[in-house]
Design a protein around this ligand. Structure first.
Ligand code: ATP
Length: 198
């Protein structure tokens, strides 16, 4: 089986996440996609909404994506969520399967600063896509050559067309009481019921 792993803060999950995930499933013939909201993201200051709320919203966003399963493994592990721990655990759960970890360009361009990047590459391939039109596929390939030339075969750089949106922009739009087209109705209803991001 080919299994995708999509980690993120998902604070909140938006249509950019979903489009990337769905395109990845279709174009790379993925059998199953594990969507894994982080507990505490190690790479950013975090005082956002609870893991439980982010998990629930992520489940709502991916409820109609047949091959996607939202996992609470990082939230259950508690503390900072390091990808090297997650992929080690998953490689034990799925020893005979191909594992591919999805990231956007912002995450790829800092991958050399992650904890144990070479351990991560031992267990999973990395699939990356540009999130913004001014970051080209060539720039991402150059990054891989510069930092990971010996493991370049562990990277898949895709040219799916992104939706240029971030959770930060969505949070700001909700706070400023502006509408946003980048959140599903179900997720928006959850946000309203819980009074999040105000
Ligand atoms: P924030 O604005 O709070 O930093 P974010 O929009 O970057 O959040 P995350 O949950 O941190 O969302 O992202 C999870 C993963 O999804 C990361 O690898 C990120 O690069 C990727 N990603 C986020 N938004 C997009 C998008 N619009 N297109 C493609 N990939 C995306």
């Amino acid at each position: 089986m080919r299994i995708g792993i999509f980690g993120g803060t998902f604070d909140p999950p938006h249509s950019g996440h979903k489009k990337y995930a769905c395109e990845f499933i279709d174009r790379l013939s993925v059998d199953k996609l594990l969507v894994i909201p982080t507990c505490i993201p190690p790479h950013k200051e975090y005082d956002g909404v609870s893991g439980e709320d982010r998990f629930n919203m992520t489940k709502l966003l991916f409820s109609d994506v047949e091959k996607a399963v939202v996992s609470d493994m990082e939230i259950r592990r508690n503390g900072k969520s390091y990808t090297c721990d997650t992929v080690k655990e998953l490689s034990q759960l799925y020893p005979d399967d191909e594992l591919i970890f999805l990231i956007g360009s912002d995450m790829l361009l800092s991958f050399h600063t992650w904890r144990e990047p070479l351990t991560i590459l031992k267990y999973v391939k990395i699939c990356a896509v540009s999130r913004e039109s001014d970051i080209t596929k060539e720039m991402l390939c150059r990054y891989v050559d510069e930092y990971f030339s010996e493991n370049a075969d562990r990277f898949i750089i895709c040219d799916f067309s992104p939706i240029e949106i971030s959770s930060t922009e969505v949070r700001n739009a909700i706070k400023d009481k502006k509408g946003t087209d980048f959140i599903s109705d179900e997720v928006m209803q959850y946000i309203k019921e819980k009074g999040l991001y105000l």
